[in-house]
Design a protein. Structure first.
Length: 256
C-alpha cells in the first residue's frame, strides 16, 4: 500500500499468506486489534513496512495485535525499513515466530517504542531471537514488556547496534544464545535498564548481557547504566561489563 496517505486496519485476521506475508506498507499506518498467523515472506512474515531511498518518512502504529507462527528471512513477524520514522507497538504479543535474522522484529528505522507487549518463544537462525536492532536505529525503548524463552546464536532476546537502547520495567527470562548474550547482546551504542529483571538466561558468554558477540570486540560500556535491576541465575551472567554502572541492583554471585 504505497499510494495512500494513511492506512487504518482494524479487527482483521491475516492467516496463511505467502510471497509477501500478511500486509506490506509504505505510508503512515495504524493497525489495531488484528491477528497475523502462519504467514511467510522474505521480510516481515506478518507486516513489512518499507520505503525506497529518498522517499518520505512515515509513522507506524500497531496496537493490540497478535503475531503467531509467522516466518521470514528478515523479521519473522515484522520488518521495519529505514523509512519508518517512528514505530510504536503497544499491547502486542509475538509468539513462536521464526526468522533467519530476528525471530519476531527486525528494525532499520530511526525510532522504535514498544510498550506493554510480550515476545515469547521466538527463534532466529542467526542473531536476535526476538528482536534485531540495526545501526540505523537511533532510539529503541521497551517499557513493561516481557521477553521470554527466545533463542538465537547471539542475543537470545535482543541483539542491538542501536545508538540508544533502553528498557524500563521489563522482564527478560529464560532466553538462550548459543554464542553470546542470552538475554541481550549489544555490538554498539548505549544500553540502560531501569527496574528490570533478567533471570535464567543462558549463553557461553554473557548469559544475561554481552558487550559484543564474537568475544574479541572492544566496546565502550562506560555509559551503560543499570538501575534498580535484578540479575539472577544467568549462566555466565555479564560479559565484558566491568566498566558499566550498576546502581541499586541485585546480582547473584554467578552474575558478577
Amino acid at each position: 500500500m504505497e499510494d495512500a496517505d494513511e492506512v487504518i486496519m482494524e479487527s482483521s485476521d491475516f492467516t496463511g499468506n505467502s510471497d509477501g506475508g500478511g500486509i506490506t506498507l509504505a505510508c503512515d499506518a495504524e493497525v489495531r486489534d488484528c491477528s497475523f498467523t502462519e504467514n511467510q515472506a522474505d521480510s516481515g512474515g506478518g507486516i513489512s513496512a518499507y520505503g525506497t531511498w529518498g522517499s518520505h518518512l512515515y509513522d507506524l502504529r500497531i496496537h493490540g495485535c497478535s503475531f503467531e507462527d509467522n516466518r521470514a528471512a528478515w523479521g519473522g513477524a515484522i520488518y521495519l525499513g529505514h523509512d519508518v520514522d517512528v514505530a510504536r507497538l503497544e499491547h502486542c504479543i509475538f509468539s513462536r515466530n521464526v526468522g533467519t535474522y530476528s525471530g519476531a522484529l527486525y528494525s532499520y528505522g530511526p525510532e522504535l517504542r514498544v510498550n506493554d507487549s510480550a515476545f515469547l518463544q521466538n527463534a532466529s537462525d542467526e542473531n536476535g531471537g526476538a528482536i534485531c536492532l540495526t545501526s540505523g536505529v537511533e532510539v529503541a525503548s521497551f517499557t513493561r514488556t516481557t521477553i521470554a524463552r527466545n533463542a538465537a546464536v547471539a542475543g537470545g532476546g535482543i541483539v542491538s547496534a542501536a545508538e540508544i537502547l533502553s528498557l524500563t520495567n521489563c522482564t527478560l527470562v529464560d532466553n538462550t544464545a548459543s554464542a553470546a548474550g542470552g538475554a541481550i547482546a549489544c555490538t554498539a551504542g548505549v544500553l540502560t535498564t531501569i527496574n528490570c529483571t533478567l533471570a535464567g538466561n543462558r549463553a557461553p558468554m554473557g548469559g544475561a548481557l554481552a558487550a559484543g558477540i564474537e568475544g574479541d570486540e572492544t566496546i565502550d560500556v562506560s555509559s551503560w547504566r543499570f538501575v534498580n535491576s535484578i540479575f539472577w541465575d544467568n549462566a555466565d551472567g555479564l560479559g565484558g561489563l566491568d566498566a558499566a554502572s550498576f546502581s541499586h541492583c541485585v546480582l547473584e554471585a554467578d552474575d558478577l
